[in-house]
Design a binder for this molecule. Structure first.
Ligand code: GLA
Length: 744
C-alpha cells in the first residue's frame, strides 16, 4: 500500500472515529486539514487549521495541541454567550424565558459526500434548553476550500431572539500576523490595505442593506509569518458568501490567539426564531496556502470557477456596453451603429445599458421610470425585436440593462404599488439617485414575483437575449417593511437578501444559460453571496486604466479574472479626466474579462485597428486569463513605479505576462520583474501582444527556460519605441509565453 493510500485510509478512520466515538473530527481538502475535537457531551473545539497533516503529525496531535490550547478557552469552535461573558462570541440569544445564556455540547457528528465535497456536521445542543446548533463544514476535494456555517433551531415554546449569529469562528495563533483586506468607495473599489494585527478589535463591516462591496469587502487574508508576500509564506484566506450586511471581527486581547468571527451583521437585525424554524447562516469559505497571497487567491479562484460562479469554466464573450458611449441617449440607429462597430472589431456581444424603457414616464435621465420595464417606443420604434434583428445582422449577441430591485417615485409602478417600497411607516420615503429612487421590499413575495417577472417577461418575449446587466444603484437608507409584521421589522435586512436569493434561484432554474452581470453602481456586488447566480461583476464605474490597475489588483485577491468585467473606455476618462493612451487602456482591460465601453464612432481608424488586433489577440489568450492561475508579481501598492502580474495555465505550457508602468520620471530605475508559476524545466518562447513599437523587443521570438524567467525576469524597456509625435509618458507590455520543445 503506498503512503498516500495509507494516509487516506487513516484519515477515513479518524473521521469515522470522530462520528462514532465523538472524539477527533478531521476535515480535509487535497492540501489542507482542519481538525476538531468533538467528545460526546463535551465542547466542540478547534485543534488545527493549516497545511495537510501527515499521519505522524496526526498521531501525536492531541499531545501538542493539548498543551498550546490549554492556555485559554479560545479553542471552542463556535463560542456561545452566557457562561464565559468577557470573551467575544459567535452566538448570543435570549431564550423564550428570558435566559441569556447558552451551554452547547456535542451530541454527535457525521460526514457525507456531497458531489465533489465532503460535508461534516457536528450537532450541538444546549445542556438544558431544547436549542440546537449544527456546525457544518463542506470540504471540497478538487479545490482547497472549506466552507463553514451553522444551522440554528430550537423547540422552545415561544420564539428565541438571536442577537448574534456569526457563520464561523477561527482562532489564529498570534505571532507576526498581518491582515490584507479591501476597502474603497464608489469609483475607487477594491483598494488593498495591509496591516499587522495588534491588540484591540478590528471590525470590518457593511450596512448598505442592498450591496456590500463598495467600501470594505467581506473577504480577508491573514499572512501568518510577517509582512504579506505574494508568492511565499503561509496564508489563511476567508470569504463570507453573503450578499447583505456583514460583520467581520478580529479580536486580540490577552491570550495567544487572534479571534476571527465572520457573519451577518446583527446590528438592527436581531432575529426572532420560531419553534422548529431553521436559521442557516451564510457560509464562510476558508482557504490555506503556503504559496503566499497569490496562492490563496488561486485557491479561491479555482473554487469559484468550479463551484461558486455561474458558468465559471466557460470563457466569456468580448462585448461593447453602451453606457459611457451614449449614456441615456439610446436610439435604434445609434444602437445599430454601435453593434456594427463592435462586430467589425471582432467583438461578440453588444449590451444596451440604461435609458431604453418607460412608457408614461420615458427614462430620459436617472430621475424616473425604474420599475416600468417596457420599451420606450419613441427611442426604439422597432422595439427589442429591432435590436435583436440588428444584432443578428451583425452576427453578434445582444444584452440588456435592468435594475429590477428598484423604482423611482416617478413611475407607473410606484403609482400602482407605493406599499412595495422600503420605508418606515409614518415617514416619507428617503429618496436616492435622481432624487426619486427607492428600493423595493424584497421581503414581500409579490415584489419577488414582480422582479422575477421583469426577467421572465424579457426572456419569454425575446429568448435570443444573451446577457443581462443587473444593476442596483441604491442602499437601504430608511428602515421599514410594509410586508413584515410590526414585531419582525428587525428582519428587514435578512429578508431582503432571502427574497433576492429566492428570485435569483427562480431565474437560474428557468434560465440556466443566460449570462448575468452583477453591477451595483460599479463594484457594489463583488461577493460570493451573489456569484452563484451571476457570471461576473462590474469592477467599478471608474474605467480609468491607471486606477483600474489598483482596483483590479485588490479585487483579484478573491475573485478570478473571468468574473472581473474590465472595459476599454474613452480618453480623457469620464471619471478621472485623465488622458491615457489606448495601448495602455487595452493592456489593462485585457487582464480581466475584456470589453469596451466607448462610442466607437469617435475613434480613429488607427484606434479601431488597434482594438481589432487586441480583441483578436485576446481570443488567443482568453482561456489563460479567464481559466488560468494568477501570480501577482509586483504590486502597484508598493510604489516601485511598475505593477505586474501573470496568468499561467494549470499545465504550465502557456502564460500571459502583464507589465504596466505606474508613474513616469526620467531615468527612474524600475525593478526587473521576476516571473513566477512557470515550470523551471520547460522552455518558453516569448511574443509581445498588442505591439505598437516600430521595432520588436530584443527578446521577441526568443526562447528562455522557466527557471531563467523566474530567477531573472526580462528587461522591459522603459518607453515605447514609436515615432516622436506618438511618444507619451505611459508604457505597458503584454507578453505571451508558449512552451516550445527543446529542438525548436
Ligand atoms: C450604474 C452602473 C453603470 C450604468 C449606470 C446606468 O451607475 O454602475 O455602469 O449602468 O448605472 O444608469
Amino acid at each position: 500500500m503506498n503512503v498516500r493510500k495509507r494516509m487516506n485510509l487513516f484519515l477515513g478512520v479518524l473521521v469515522l472515529a470522530g462520528s462514532l466515538c465523538a472524539q477527533t473530527v478531521l476535515v480535509s481538502t487535497p492540501k489542507t486539514s482542519l481538525v476538531l475535537s468533538a467528545p460526546q457531551g463535551g465542547k466542540l473545539k478547534y485543534m488545527y487549521y493549516g497545511s495537510k497533516l501527515t499521519e505522524a503529525d496526526l498521531r501525536n496531535f492531541d499531545v501538542v495541541n493539548g498543551q498550546t490550547r490549554a492556555l485559554g478557552t479560545i479553542d471552542v469552535a463556535y463560542p456561545e454567550y452566557g457562561l464565559s461573558c468577557p470573551t467575544e462570541t459567535a452566538l448570543a440569544v435570549k431564550h423564550a424565558d428570558g435566559n441569556m445564556t447558552l451551554q452547547l455540547e456535542v451530541i454527535k457528528s457525521f460526514t457525507q459526500k456531497e458531489g465533489n465535497a465532503t460535508l461534516t456536521v457536528i450537532e450541538l445542543k444546549d445542556k438544558v434548553y431544547p436549542f440546537f446548533v449544527n456546525v457544518c463544514y463542506k470540504a471540497y476535494q478538487d479545490a482547497d476550500v472549506i466552507e463553514s456555517w451553522t444551522e440554528i433551531s430550537h423547540q422552545e415554546k415561544k420564539p428565541v431572539m438571536l442577537n448574534q449569529f456569526a457563520s464561523a469562528y477561527l482562532p489564529i495563533r498570534r505571532g507576526d500576523v498581518w491582515l490584507s483586506h479591501l476597502y474603497g468607495s464608489w469609483a475607487n473599489e477594491g483598494q488593498l490595505s495591509q496591516e499587522p494585527l495588534t491588540p484591540g478589535m478590528k471590525v470590518i463591516k457593511n450596512k448598505d442593506g442592498v450591496r456590500n462591496s463598495h467600501t470594505s469587502h467581506a473577504e480577508v487574508m491573514f499572512s501568518l509569518d510577517g509582512k504579506p508576500q505574494e508568492n511565499t509564506g503561509n496564508v489563511i484566506g476567508a470569504a463570507l458568501c453573503y450578499s447583505g450586511n456583514y460583520k467581520l471581527r478580529i479580536d486580540t486581547h490577552d491570550d495567544e490567539y487572534h479571534h476571527f468571527f465572520a457573519g451577518i451583521n446583527e446590528e438592527n437585525s436581531s432575529y426572532s426564531l420560531k419553534k422548529d424554524e431553521l436559521f442557516s447562516t451564510p457560509a464562510l469559505a476558508l482557504t490555506y496556502s503556503n504559496e503566499g497571497l497569490s496562492g490563496s487567491s488561486r485557491n479561491f479562484h479555482r473554487w469559484a470557477r468550479l463551484h461558486k460562479l455561474a458558468h465559471g469554466t466557460t470563457p466569456r464573450k468580448i462585448l461593447l456596453n453602451s453606457w459611457e458611449g451614449v449614456y441615456f441617449d439610446i436610439n435604434q440607429k445609434g444602437m445599430d451603429q454601435m453593434m456594427a462597430d463592435i462586430a467589425s472589431m471582432g467583438g461578440e456581444l453588444f449590451v444596451m445599458d440604461d435609458g431604453w424603457f418607460g412608457d408614461k414616464y420615458p427614462r430620459k435621465n436617472d430621475s424616473s421610470s425604474l420599475g416600468d420595464w417596457v420599451v420606450d417606443k419613441n427611442k426604439l420604434p422597432d422595439g427589442i425585436e429591432g435590436l435583436l434583428r440588428d444584432a443578428k445582422k451583425h452576427n453578434i449577441k445582444f444584452g440588456i440593462w435592468i435594475e429590477p430591485e428598484m423604482a423611482n417615485t416617478v413611475s407607473e409602478l410606484y403609482e400602482k404599488h407605493p406599499d412595495w417600497v422600503i420605508k418606515a411607516p409614518e415617514r416619507e420615503p428617503v429618496l436616492g439617485r435622481g432624487g426619486t429612487q427607492v428600493v423595493l421590499d424584497l421581503a414581500n413575495p409579490a415584489v419577488q414575483d414582480f422582479i422575477f417577472g421583469v426577467v421572465d417577461n424579457l426572456m419569454t418575449s425575446y429568448p435570443e437575449i444573451d446577457y443581462i446587466k443587473w444593476d442596483a444603484n441604491m442602499s437601504i437608507v430608511n428602515h421599514g417593511s410594509n410586508y413584515l409584521t410590526k414585531d419582525n421589522q428587525s428582519h428587514m435586512y435578512i429578508e431582503f437578501h432571502r427574497g433576492f436569493e429566492k428570485v435569483c434561484q427562480r431565474i437560474r432554474a428557468k434560465y440556466p444559460d443566460l449570462t448575468i452581470q452583477a453591477c451595483a453602481s460599479g463594484g457594489g456586488r463583488a461577493n460570493y453571496g451573489v456569484l452563484p447566480y451571476f457570471d461576473e461583476f462590474w469592477v467599478s464605474d471608474n474605467t480609468d486604466a491607471l486606477q483600474r490597475v489598483y482596483m483590479q489588483w485588490g479585487t483579484s485577491y478573491f475573485f478570478p479574472a473571468i468574473a472581473m468585467a474590465s472595459h476599454i473606455s474613452a480618453a480623457p476618462n469620464h471619471q478621472t479626466f485623465r488622458t491615457i493612451p489606448l495601448k495602455y487602456r487595452i493592456d489593462v482591460a485585457m487582464s480581466g474579462r475584456l470589453g469596451m465601453e466607448i462610442q466607437p464612432q469617435n475613434m480613429t481608424d488607427e484606434e479601431k485597428a488597434l482594438c481589432k488586433t487586441a480583441i483578436s489577440e485576446y481570443k488567443t489568450i482568453r482561456p489563460i486569463v479567464q481559466l488560468g492561475d494568477i501570480y501577482r508579481l509586483k504590486s502597484p501598492y508598493d510604489k516601485q513605479g511598475v505593477a505586474s502580474l501573470m496568468y499561467v495555465t494549470p499545465e504550465k505550457d502557456k502564460a500571459v505576462f502583464y507589465w504596466w508602468k505606474m508613474e513616469h520620471f526620467v531615468n527612474q530605475h524600475l525593478p526587473v520583474v521576476k516571473m513566477s508559476g512557470l515550470c523551471p524545466d520547460k522552455l518558453y518562447k516569448v511574443h509581445e501582444l498588442n505591439r505598437i513599437d516600430n521595432v520588436p523587443l530584443s527578446f521577441e521570438g526568443k526562447v528562455f527556460s522557466g527557471s531563467y524567467l523566474m530567477a531573472n525576469g526580462l528587461e522591459i524597456p522603459y518607453n515605447h519605441r514609436v515615432d516622436y509625435h506618438k511618444q507619451n509618458d505611459y508604457s505597458s507590455r503584454v507578453l505571451y509565453l508558449e512552451e516550445v520543445n527543446r529542438k525548436e
